[in-house]
Design a protein. Structure first.
Lengths: 746, 163
């Protein structure tokens, strides 16, 4: 299909504002009479709140002080269930849980005041690990510490073992990871009689915040307004937590009668907000003599922290992705999200899949060794093909050729030659000053959109309006946070309307004006919401053509004239669309089987590393990322998504280590929680295969989360190749690698 | 901040114009720029000199404005992101960041662009290692830096091409 705008690297829609410093983030806004707000948090992991003391030489009468008693509606942050309070009233269940809010116009005095609030807590026993939670050392949530569990079954795993030539078992773990968007979280709230509650802030999902504020204030939807300001990165970290900050700012604003701004500093952001769920995965895999998968028995557990928040959904995606892009007749996946007394873990790009994919891809390299074949040969013999069935019972209807992706990735990375050469040179132990080199890969898939019936329930909506001046406005709750929503929506609309992107305007997400197009998560914005944009544009065009104002072969000026005439005659030119679930996609929530996702992105990533065996320093020397993602809407933006995701994946694999002490992050600073800098990364080489997906806009699928899944296991497998250590856990910090190297040489 | 500290008057040159403000001597230059001079293009990412989002040029050197006390600005020549474009005409580095995907969420972008300018002032024809080194004090969580490197290279190429 010939395209005019789709497939072109048109410049970022809001790029000019961003490179000139004119883009307005929440902390750049200031309202007359505005106060600043801070949060006083729990010093204990679990306990009963006995007293709150306001001490020190602080003019307390000048302060607005809010506790749970000041909440007009229900004391909860509404999400899936209502277990998480907005402010702890009687009990605390994790360190840094919010208890008291303070507001004052002097930021410096406010900070002193925060330190002068002493909260007396009678401690209760707490638990901090998946093991202790599963063992029910203490029951800290519900009847059994389990937020949610899933059971997926295909074939008959128990009967498959007897026919197996090989059985390989293993346990794998992943650590917490901080999203580390460079703009810390923040909100401004204003509450008054005339307008109700209004908040402005850095967020991914305006309608999540909207829902939370309705319940907290007990107000109808039209009395709550949520506006997204320019957002300096999210990566999942601004999916659910912004509701908490918005709630806090709004409570202070209501009590003080003044606008209130809450901006977290970096330490507070890191210590109090969500992180990627730590995980533990156990695999038992049965194979035939020739290395064909017979059975996969997978047990997957994530640590959800103290409240349920989004853990069931994270668990769901991790569960569905746990068996990878392989055809196996018998698969059983048992999974659960458990409670511990840490701050709730939450959404982070990949959403459970990077955890279970790490386990599988590391495990399969071990399986190949036991079977006695190359890791790529094991994959080749088991890759899923069109017409075969995934673990959840979904028949693959896409044209997928994982083998082809793998061959291309190997060719681009020089995999075979390097694998051979490194194996030879590494055996010469003292050569190269103790530097060993390795190359490894991972093959994986990532489903786009909400899982199963999720999109059906969301029933997303998008509106479009043709203005009298000929510009076209797109109205959606989908947010720009750097990933390119504004630009690709403009491209999709421009393509459908045969206009230039400059003629398309993206309306700022504001719940007072835009329809709910669902949360900006789950690699769904381009594929699901983008399709709604395309459909809305087609509707707008048809209206103009049916009215006789626009003929075939029109130009931009003709379009503008037609809009002007239509608006003059009819008042407004609008198009409105709502998601309709395809009739041939079926999902059974009870059996947890069926068409989990409308489409998947497919990928093979190859990592090349060198390891200094004396210092255990790892360098990633080359990284090749090959993926099939449907039609690429904007090559520069799409490559930017993959490169950035791979960089985060390298951090997940090697550097980003959350140090915990009794449920509290100890290294909540950028100086000691280390993310990759410009000198740490290899050249990340990105290649796309494009097989248009019939239901995506111009054939596009989702890509945002994909790169987080395969990066860490590719690096782990490369380190194993280089050194012979058996990596079972990430991050692979120098300290842990040193221990593993000593074990190899012992 | 000690209660005895009194605000002082500081005069300096910001983006080519004389500027004067009152501030506590140890107030962060970052806050003064953002709150007193309303130059909110300079961002705070960490407040401890790690991320570089608050990078500005002070007397030709790249500094983290979150670590600079206001009193040090006395008599200094300061350049922030707001001082780059001339009217509506963007600086070549700004243009390259738009064209080559050097900005995603944009929060590190002002600091990153100032770091790039400072690098190019020292190395007008930087090689890959010099670019990486020159930008290593500025963290970006979105791009993986690849498109930022490309933007810098493109800006150099653009500068070479006669208009």
């Amino acid at each position: 299909m010939e395209t005019r705008v789709i497939g072109k690297s048109v410049p970022r829609k809001e790029g000019r504002e961003k490179v000139t410093g004119r883009a307005r983030y929440v902390d750049d806004l200031s309202f007359p009479g505005m106060l600043h707000g801070v949060t006083v948090r729990s010093p204990a992991a679990r306990g009963r709140i006995r007293a709150i003391h306001f001490e020190g030489e602080i003019p307390w009468h000048e302060f607005t002080v809010v506790t749970a008693k000041d909440i007009p509606g229900k004391n909860c942050i509404a999400l899936l269930i209502d277990d998480q309070p907005c402010l702890a009233a009687e009990f605390v269940n994790h360190p840094e849980e919010a208890i008291v809010l303070l507001a004052h116009d002097d930021k410096y005095l406010l900070e002193e005041a925060r330190r002068a609030v002493r909260i007396a807590i009678e401690p209760l026993p707490a638990i901090f690990s998946i093991e202790d939670s599963l063992a029910r050392k203490e029951i800290i949530w519900g009847q059994d510490n389990i937020f949610k569990s899933f059971y997926v079954e295909k074939g008959d795993v128990d009967r498959a073992w007897s026919g197996a030539e090989f059985v390989v078992e293993g346990t794998y773990e992943t650590g917490a990871q901080e999203q580390l968007y460079i703009e810390p979280q923040g909100m401004i709230a204003q509450v008054n009689e005339a307008e109700g509650v209004t908040v402005w802030g850095s967020l991914q999902c305006p309608h999540y915040v909207h829902k939370a504020l309705m319940m907290l204030f007990g107000l109808p939807r039209e009395r709550i307004r949520v506006v997204q300001t320019e957002t300096g990165g999210g990566f999942g970290g601004k999916e659910e937590y912004p509701s908490m900050i918005a709630a806090h700012a709004a409570l202070l604003a209501r009590k003080s009668g003044r606008p209130v701004k809450i901006i977290y500093d970096r330490a507070e952001d890191m210590v109090a907000t969500t992180k990627r769920h730590p995980s533990r995965t156990r695999h038992a895999t049965a194979l035939t003599r020739d290395g064909k998968l017979l059975a996969m028995d997978i047990d997957f557990t994530v640590d959800g922290g103290a409240y349920e928040t989004l853990s069931p959904v994270v668990l769901s995606r991790g569960t569905i992705h746990a068996a990878g892009p392989y055809a196996c007749p018998n698969v059983r996946i048992r999974s659960r999200a458990v409670a511990t007394n840490a701050p709730p873990h939450g959404a982070f790009r990949g959403f459970g899949a990077p955890q279970s994919v790490f386990a599988l891809e590391r495990h399969l390299d071990r399986v190949a060794e036991v079977v006695g074949i190359a890791p790529e040969e094991l994959r080749r013999r088991n890759f899923i093909r069109e017409g075969q069935t995934l673990a959840v019972g979904q028949v693959v209807k896409e044209k997928v050729d994982m083998n082809d992706l793998m061959e291309r990735a190997f060719e681009l990375s020089g995999y075979h030659a390097k694998r051979k050469r490194f194996t030879e040179t590494n055996s010469d132990s003292d050569a190269h000053g103790g530097i060993k080199r390795g190359i490894g890969f991972a093959s994986f898939l990532h489903g786009a959109g909400f899982t199963g019936s999720g999109e059906e329930y969301l029933a997303s909506e998008v509106a479009m309006e043709g203005m009298a001046d000929g510009t076209v406005h797109i109205l959606a709750g989908s947010t720009e946070m750097g990933q390119g929503t504004n630009t690709i929506f403009a491209q999709i609309a421009a393509e459908a309307l045969r206009l230039d992107c400059e003629q398309i305007r993206i309306v700022q997400p504001d719940t007072a004006y835009v329809p709910n197009s669902g949360p900006t998560v789950a690699s769904r914005t381009a594929m699901i919401v983008g399709k709604l944009v395309e459909t809305a544009a087609a509707g707008l065009l048809k209206t103009l053509q049916d009215s006789g104002l626009l003929r075939n072969g029109y130009g931009a000026a003709d379009f503008s004239r037609a809009c002007c005439l239509y608006v003059a005659k009819n008042g407004a030119l609008k198009s409105f669309v709502k998601y309709e679930h395809p009739h041939d996609l079926h999902w059974d929530d009870q059996k947890y089987s069926g068409d989990a996702y409308g489409a998947y992105a497919w990928a093979v990533y190859v990592a090349e590393v060198s390891v200094d065996t004396r210092t255990a320093e790892v360098r990633v020397n080359d990284f090749v990322a090959v993926q099939e993602v449907g039609k690429v809407i904007n090559p520069v933006l799409a490559a930017g998504q993959i490169e950035g995701g791979v960089a985060q994946g390298i951090g997940f694999a090697l550097y980003e280590n959350v140090v915990w002490q009794e449920g509290r992050m100890l290294n909540a600073q950028m100086t000691n929680y280390v993310m990759p800098t410009s000198v740490d990364l290899p050249t990340i080489r990105v290649y796309f295969e494009e097989i248009p997906y019939g239901r995506g806009p111009a054939g596009a699928k989702g890509i945002g989360e994909l790169p987080l899944d395969g990066t860490a296991p590719a690096i782990a497998n490369a380190i194993v190749h280089a050194t012979g250590v058996d990596v079972r856990r990430i991050p692979i910090t120098a300290e842990t690698l040193l221990e593993m190297l000593e074990a190899v040489h012992a | 901040m000690p209660e005895s500290a009194r605000k002082i008057r500081v005069s300096c040159v910001v983006n080519g114009s004389a500027a004067s403000f009152e501030a506590y001597p140890m107030a962060r230059l970052l806050d003064v720029l953002r709150e007193e001079l309303k130059l909110t293009g300079t961002k705070e990412g960490c407040g401890e000199g790690e991320c570089g989002a608050c990078s500005i040029e002070m007397d030709g050197a790249l500094v983290n404005s979150c670590l600079v006390p206001a009193l040090q600005a006395e008599g200094a020549t300061i350049r922030t992101i707001e001082g780059l474009a001339i009217g509506d005409t963007l600086h070549a580095v700004q243009r390259a960041f738009i064209t080559h995907g050097g900005a995603q969420c944009g929060i590190c972008t002002p600091g990153m662009i100032l770091a790039a300018l400072n690098l190019l002032a020292r190395h007008p024809q930087p090689d890959d290692a010099q670019i990486r080194e020159g930008l290593s004090g500025n963290l970006c969580r979105c791009t993986g830096y690849m498109k930022i490197f490309e933007s810098v290279v493109a800006a150099v190429r653009q500068a070479e091409t006669p208009a």
